[in-house]
Design a protein around this ligand. Structure first.
Ligand SMILES: [Zn+2]
Length: 159
């Protein structure tokens, strides 16, 4: 036995942003292999500036956030194209976010409602200060020119 055993330590420091609560910076990187499986057409649609929802093949319920099967009756769904214009159903301003969004804080998230669609779509809103945003405000979809095959490839601006 070695009663003087110690974990090896390096001389790297930690960047401390805040003390209460403690917020530190450290490098984090991982290669992540992820399949979109049945959701793949949604992301392919974004590369073509199309916003795809899904429609129940039995009861015609329409989902702005696509799903493979209807959450009302369980029947399979089929794809349909959502309009590029909708209205703000609700919104929030985020002053903190995950690693990918930290540099963009504060940012605004909105739930978009589309005419004739039964569920909402979560997205970013840019181009309006929080005090300028209101429930019912018309918004217009925009798409990143260089798609990353992520939900953030689409965002909204005031119409
Ligand atoms: Zn259904």
């Amino acid at each position: 036995m070695d009663k003087d055993a110690k974990l090896a330590e390096n001389e790297e420091g930690t960047v401390l942003f805040n003390t209460d609560p403690i917020i530190i910076k450290y490098h984090y990187e991982i290669d992540y292999l992820h399949s979109y499986a049945q959701d793949s057409p949604f992301f392919t649609g974004l590369t073509r500036r199309k916003l795809l929802g899904s429609r129940c093949t039995s009861c015609d319920r329409r989902f702005a956030t696509p799903r493979g099967h209807c959450m009302e009756c369980g029947a399979p769904t089929e794809w349909f194209e959502l309009p590029h214009e909708g209205r703000v159903h609700t919104f929030t301003t985020c002053h903190f976010g995950g690693q990918a969004f930290l540099k963009e804080t504060p940012f605004t998230l909105i739930m978009v409602e589309f005419e004739g669609v039964d569920t909402l779509f979560l997205s970013r809103l840019i181009g309006a200060r929080p005090e300028e945003i209101s429930v019912g405000m018309p918004v217009q979809a925009r798409f990143l020119r260089n798609c990353k095959f992520k939900p953030t490839d689409v965002y909204f601006v005031p119409k």
